[in-house]
Design a protein around this ligand. Structure first.
Ligand code: GLN
Length: 192
């Protein structure tokens, strides 16, 4: 099982490191054809509009859209923006893999690079969350499961074989979010 990490912009190395710490085999995906070699993908934080510019070349966007709709995928921050069905502030193109609406830079200076602790359904108590110009999940469909909230806002969600976080779990010591993702990937693989 190989986990791809989209590596066109942003903090992909931190995800790669964390996944490898947890025993996963990884591949940095820089070209669309590399998607054929991975079982799941992580889309890192960074700047979603910049990532889109790169994705719009060489049919990368179409290939990635097809991949994330079918295979286990996890988007953090800018990655969550890319996975969403709808993006606001401003509206922009996305992959439409999760039934959520994400508002970019939604917290203004309030959450401009903060480290907070918040409630989570993941076992093991409150979760440290690093927020960097974080988006807000402003709408979600009924079958989207909320796994963590901050101040009542969903910050970690799951829908079928997709996960999205508005914070950066790859920048905390706590490995539970990536563990949950790898568990989801293994389950998806086992069920064919
Ligand atoms: N503000 C960025 C965006 O809109 C996301 C920030 C991040 O990934 N830390 O893409």
């Amino acid at each position: 099982m190989t986990i791809g990490v989209l590596a066109i912009q942003g903090d992909y190395d931190a995800h790669k490191l964390r996944l490898e710490e947890l025993g996963a085999k990884t591949l940095l995906v820089k070209k669309p054809e590399q998607l054929d070699q991975v079982d799941a993908i992580v889309i890192p934080g960074g700047e979603s509009s910049t990532m889109l510019k790169f994705l719009e070349r060489d049919g990368f966007m179409e290939k990635l859209r097809e991949f994330v709709r079918a295979k286990p995928s996890f988007g953090t921050c800018a990655g969550a923006i890319l996975l969403a069905k709808e993006v606001a502030n401003p509206s922009q193109l996305s992959l439409g893999a999760m039934d959520i609406c994400v508002t970019r830079n939604a917290y203004g200076r309030q959450l401009d690079s903060s480290i907070l602790e918040a409630d989570t359904k993941l076992a093991g108590g409150p979760l440290e969350m690093v927020f960097i110009r974080a988006p807000k999940i402003s709408k979600l469909a009924d079958d989207v499961q909320v796994l963590a909230t901050y101040n009542g806002d969903p910050v970690l969600v799951r829908q079928k074989n997709k996960m999205a976080a508005t914070f950066h779990p790859e920048l905390s010591e706590d490995k539970r979010v990536h563990e949950a993702f790898l568990k989801m990937v293994r389950e998806a693989k086992a069920s064919g």
